[in-house]
Design a protein around this ligand. Structure first.
Ligand SMILES: Nc1ncnc2c1ncn2[C@@H]1O[C@H](COP(=O)(O)OP(=O)(O)OP(=O)(O)O)[C@@H](O)[C@H]1O
Ligand SMILES: [Mg+2]
Length: 208
C-alpha cells in the first residue's frame, strides 16, 4: 500500500511521520518511511537545488521538471520495489504536491502538469493520501519559528493560499483517495486523528 502525506508548509507532515511509523509497526505492519523530493541519492541532490535560497531565479517550468526528475528516480528506486515486497510505503509528499505547488501555486496549465506527473511516475498513484489541512499563515509561522525556511516557503502568501485551495479542490475531485485531517489542532490531536484514520483504511496486518 502506497500512502502519501500532503499539505501546505508547516502543516506537520515531517514531524508526524516517525510517530505514525512506530504506531503502525507496533501493530504488525511493515512500513517504509520516505520523502519527496529525495528518498534517493539523486533525489536528495535535486532537493538541495530546489530548496536552496540561492536559487531564487528558478523558473516555474525548471522547478516543475526538477521535481519530476527526482520523482522518476524515487518511484523506480524506492516505491515500486518496496510495494513489490508487500511493504507500506509512507511518503512525506508526492505527486499531488506538484499539482498543488507547480500547478495551482504557479498557475501553470494543470493538464500539462498532470501529463508530466504521469510520465515521471509511470502512472503510479497512491492508494491513500492524507491532506493535513491548515491555515496558510499559521503553517508559515510554525516554520519560521522552527527556523526551517527554504526557497518554497519564501513564495508569497497568495501563492501558498492557491496551494491550499488546490489541495482542497483535489480532495473534491477524488474523494475516494483522500482523507483530510485538521492540522490546526494540537500536535497530539493531529497525531491521534492520523492514527485512527489511516488504520481504518488498512487491511489487517499479517501475523507471523
Ligand atoms: N499541531 C501542531 N501544533 C504546533 N506546532 C506544530 C504542530 N504540528 C507541527 N508543528 C511544528 O511546526 C513546525 C513545522 O512542522 P513540520 O516540519 O512537520 O511541517 P511540514 O508539513 O513537514 O512542513 P513542510 O511542508 O514545509 O515540510 C515544526 O517545528 C513542528 O514541530
Ligand atoms: Mg516537511
Amino acid at each position: 500500500m502506497f500512502i502519501t502525506l500532503e499539505g501546505p508548509e508547516g502543516s506537520g507532515k515531517t514531524s508526524h511521520i516517525p510517530y505514525l511509523v512506530e504506531y503502525l509497526r507496533e501493530r504488525g505492519y511493515t512500513v517504509f518511511p520516505t520523502r519527496e523530493p529525495g528518498g534517493t541519492s539523486i533525489g536528495e541532490q535535486i532537493r538541495d537545488v530546489l530548496h536552496s535560497l540561492k536559487n531564487t531565479e528558478m523558473h516555474p517550468r525548471a522547478e516543475t521538471l526538477l521535481y519530476q526528475a527526482a520523482r522518476a528516480q524515487f518511484v523506480e528506486q524506492v516505491v515500486r520495489p518496496r510495494l513489490t515486497l508487500g511493504e507500506i510505503v509512507l511518503s512525506d509528499r508526492y505527486a499531488d504536491s506538484t499539482l498543488a505547488y507547480q500547478g495551482y501555486g504557479h498557475q501553470q496549465d494543470l493538464e500539462q502538469v498532470r501529463l508530466l506527473i504521469r510520465y515521471a511516475t509511470g502512472s503510479l498513484v497512491p492508494d491513500l493520501t492524507v491532506l493535513l489541512d491548515i491555515d496558510v499563515q499559521v503553517g508559515l509561522q510554525r516554520k519560521q519559528k522552527a527556523d526551517e525556511w527554504n526557497r518554497m516557503d519564501a513564495y508569497t502568501v497568495e501563492f501558498h493560499q492557491r496551494v491550499r485551495a488546490g489541495y482542497l479542490e483535489m480532495v473534491k475531485q477524488e474523494p475516494g483517495r483522500w482523507i483530510v485531517v485538521d492540522a490546526g489542532q494540537t500536535w497530539a490531536d493531529v497525531q491521534a486523528a492520523l492514527r485512527n484514520k489511516i488504520l481504518a483504511c488498512l487491511p489487517p496486518a499479517q501475523t507471523q
